[in-house]
Every structure is written in C-alpha cells, then in structure tokens.
Design a protein around this ligand. Structure first.
Ligand code: MRU
Length: 346
C-alpha cells in the first residue's frame, strides 16, 4: 500500500485514501486547497506522523498554486504554511516537512509561483519516496530483534497507512514476515478512534499477516498468559533524551511490558526525533473533542452532559524503552548520546 497519498500535479489535486471510512469503505478524499488538506489532517482522513508530514509537503505545493494570483505572494504563502504547521501539534514530522519546503522556497528567491509549485511538488515526492525507504531500513534494522514464532503486540496504527508506505512498527512486522519468520501480531484496538481495529487489522489482514485484535484493557492479561514476546510501537515525536510521544495508551503498555519483562521497542524514522526538545515534558500533546469518547464512531456511549478526557497522545519515558529502531540503525540507551550521534542532515 504505497498509493494512499497521491498527487496529480497537472490537475493540482492531492488525492487521499479516506482513513475515517476504513475498514468498510475505500473512498478517496480530494484536496484542492490548503484548507482542504488542513481539514483532512485535523479530521483524520490522513493520520500517522510520517503520513501527515508527506500530506503537508504536498499541501505546500497547493499553497504556492493558490497564492499565485495574489499581489502579496510571500505574505499569503507564509500565512498558509504557518496554518499548516499548526494543524496538529504533536507529530513533529508535520513541521519537519513544511520547514523543508519553506527552506526550498527561501533557497530559490527567483522562482515564480508556477516554478515554485513544480519544485515543491517534486520535493514532496522525494520526501514521500524517502519515507518508504526509511521504513524499509527500519525493518532491516529490526531483524535481529524478532525471532521465529514471536507474537508482537502493537498499539494504534504505525503501518503503511501512517507513513508513505510499509510502516514503522508494521515495517518491523513486514520485514520479519518477508524474511520468512513465522510471526503473529496482536493489535490493540486503540480507543477512542480504533486505529488498531480499523487500520492495523485491515492492512495486515490484506497482506496475509496473522493478526488478532485485542481490547485495550486486555493487555496485562495477555502478557501474563505469555502471549506477547515483544512490543513494537511507532512515535509522533521523540525528545533528545529518548522520551517518546505516541498514541494515548502507549505509556500504559510500556509499564505493563516492564512488569512482565517483555522488551518494548519504538520504531521511527530520524525525522520523528525533535532534538530541540530536551525531554518528553516539553512535547505538546493534542487534546481532541470529548465527543470522540462520549460518542465513539457517532454512537452515544455516555449520558448527555458528561465530559471526557481525550488526550490523543501520551509520553513514554525513555527508561521504559529497550531500543529505538530508526532508519539509521538500532539505538540503545543512553539515548541522549545515541541521538546526538545521528545524522540529521539527510
Ligand atoms: O492520532 P493518530 O492516528 O495520527 O496517531 C498515530 C500514532 O500515534 C502512530 O503510532 C504514530 O503517528 C506513528 S506512525 C508511523
């Protein structure tokens, strides 16, 4: 699945698989403007840290196209890029991709709006292709960790749908499967939006990789019964000390893994590491509408008038993480040192 994000440069349209409708309907959502792309990111038509980064990179090209007839091009274009960066706060890949596009613009002051559009669209395609290569490199770097017969528990969806293709946590799964290892997966359902049930199960089932769905609250029970050999999750932002923000519930899974002595790994490209943030306490955590909890999938589940917590992410402290599997290899603690040694210029 490498075509859930498509860009038609001649029509100037960004064409996304609408992830809100999976697993029952496969429909496309078309973005003609930056506002359409921001709407798609905020409402989770497209979600997952690298996937929203790629989407935002293409949306920058749409922004150049939209502003081409405006007198104050630089001002309007800057405003649109700034709005894009703010569309979801936690996943750093979004700002990373927009800032790459902004830097390209600044490096070409001679560009006309039309040549800038073409340049940004090409660069977005490069970012998209590079993300697939990164996911495959993560898969290769993880092969030593996954053994014949292992059952891997994962939380949320860090798969092809959450990236440009192949996946980070599910890249680990796919690489082991492709290497001929007989592995199975437990997918946490991942309340409230059920990315595990709807998306992880959908893509693994489609690829013929054995997957079993588990209620979020059955994790300790499954671990106590010896059903989990390792945990692999994705990441939305990793601080300079290795603290990792990922989908709400990840922190709890890490605590349970520590209790049962099960290795807990994070799989993410280097573009998910934010060196400007010293530790996880500084990572901005998105809070979404309480309605996603009180009316899951549009069905009322709590009495009218009752509020709900809806933090979209939590932060797993670095000391609970056995290793961070990146496209530049497997990092082991102490992460401050391992992260400082990475090449961030690629
Ligand atoms: O709210 P979401 O669905 O965008 O959250 C996604 C996750 O938390 C993923 O685990 C993370 O982005 C890693 S994707 C490779």
């Amino acid at each position: 699945m490498e075509d859930h994000i498509r860009f038609n440069a001649s029509e100037r349209v960004l064409d996304l698989l609408d992830q809100r409708l999976l697993p029952t309907r496969e429909e496309r959502f078309l973005c003609h403007t930056v506002s359409d792309a921001i709407y798609a990111i905020q409402t989770m038509v497209v979600r997952g840290a690298p996937a929203i980064g790629v989407t935002a990179a293409y949306a920058c090209a749409l922004a150049a196209s939209e502003c081409r007839k405006e007198a104050g091009f630089a001002e309007s274009f800057t405003q649109k890029l700034d709005l894009l960066v703010q569309s979801r706060p936690t996943a750093v890949n979004l700002a990373w991709a927009v800032e790459r596009q902004r830097a390209l613009w600044h490096a070409h002051p001679e560009a006309t709006p039309d040549s800038l559009f073409a340049m940004l669209a090409d660069n977005a395609r490069i970012i998209q292709q590079a993300d697939i290569a990164s996911c495959k490199a993560i898969g290769q770097a993880s092969l030593e960790l996954v053994h014949e017969g292992d059952c891997i528990l994962t939380h949320c969806n860090a798969g092809a749908l959450a990236t440009a293709g192949y996946g980070t946590a599910l890249g680990v799964v796919r690489a082991a499967h492709e290497a001929g290892r007989n592995i199975t997966v437990i997918a946490d359902e991942t309340r409230p939006l059920l990315q595990g049930a709807r998306l992880t199960c959908w893509e693994l089932h489609k690829d013929g990789i054995p997957v079993t769905l588990a209620c979020d609250n059955s994790c300790a029970c499954l671990m106590s019964k010896g059903k989990v050999q390792l945990v692999v999750v994705g990441a939305d932002r990793i601080a300079a000390n290795g603290d990792t923000a990922n989908k709400i519930g990840t922190f709890g899974v890490a605590i349970m893994a520590r209790h049962f002595n099960i290795p807990f790994y994070v799989a993410a490209p280097v573009s998910t590491i934010d060196r400007t943030i010293a530790d996880g306490s500084l990572i901005p955590i998105e809070e979404r509408s309480p309605e996603e909890v009180t009316r899951p999938l549009g069905q009322q589940a709590a009495p009218d008038g009752v509020g709900a917590f809806n933090f979209a992410f939590d932060v797993t402290p670095a000391d609970l993480i056995a290793g961070i599997i990146t496209d530049q290899g497997l990092l082991r603690p102490p992460y401050t040192k391992a992260i400082a040694a990475l090449d961030f210029s690629r």
